[in-house]
Design a protein around this ligand. Sequence first.
Ligand code: GCU
Length: 398
Amino acid sequence: MNQDPNYEEAKAGNLPLPPLLERPQGGLVTTATEWNNIRRREIRSYFVRLMYGELPPRPETIRFELRRERSGALDGAALRREVRIHLGNRGREHFIDALWYLPTRNAGKVPAIVGLNFKGNHACSHEPDLLLPDPAHARGPVAARGEQEHRWCFKSLVENGFSVITAAREDLFPDRADGRAESVWRLFHHEAELTPANRDLTAISAWSYGITLLVDLLLSDPAIDGTNIWVHGHSRLGKTALWAAANDLRLAGAISNDSGCCGAAPSRRNFGETLETITRVFPWWFTERLDAYAGREAELPFDQHHLLALVTPRPVLVASATEDLWADPRGEFLSARAAGEVYRLFGSNGIGDAEFPPPDQPVFGDAVGYYRRTGKHDVTPADWEFVMRFIRRNSMWK
Ligand code: GCU
């Protein structure tokens, strides 16, 4: 294998997406209750076994240490907290550093956005007094302050009434084949079990677990509206956001940005990244069993519209970028549309039978949304504008 990626729609393959409501042993799921009690569990267990593995369990202890708090951050718009989340289990310890903003001006409880970042909390904002990553977690070169500030737009989010919380992916699972030994999985496994070969302990599940810890932290403050916590993620962290929402039902909805292969894009389409490439280049993200489906995608008992459907009945927004062909924008759209079949069991219409929209013209349907921003693989202020519009449309909070 190891072929050049295909970018021609005519060669993407016309494999039908596998059914959402039909059970493998026959029989159709026809109600929301049956979906929740039977089919949802069945599908989640496929993803556990064949793609992402289980999330780590709850640790024996979780403690929040407020390391620093500053009012008047972001030109007065925010209260900023830097919190260390200490986890303890069987005498072992691990910590994760969270960066958390709350709007200064708010009446009543506020909605929140939770998401991991790629390069450290200090890289998400130019504020000169943000703590730098702990040397125990900073491996390799430390990113410059504010290097990825455009990906977050903290100020605009808090000015629009959102609290935002983030932590670095590296705090949960250093993103490399041998990262497992230093990952949060160490709390639950002996060193000998934390080898690159033990692929059941995946990075994507460790990162998703990070989201659930950040939700715990958010819920420790009564100023947060616990019914209105949205997970957001870009690219590999977009795959993570969807898997986190599938597992943590406290999340009000999910936004996947350019999540691509093993995120929102169907594996059955041969367009951009494929299972063959992703399992070869990033084996630590997935269970070993996924490797066998490279080139045999049609044999998978699910596709990625099943992952979107695991978010039901909560809203899900799938975002692509016009130049991000690697992530297969049209495929991401097709998944979002197909997931509507399950949303309809819950009385929402999804994006109905909408067609692939032109750039920057979102299809904000009923609980499911899709848009394709002009530009590259990234998160930009324009993305956040779409995200805030989608959340406002789909939540009680306006
Ligand atoms: C690579 C990878 C993608 C991933 C992306 C990212 O391009 O192939 O699957 O989404 O990195 O996380 O930026």
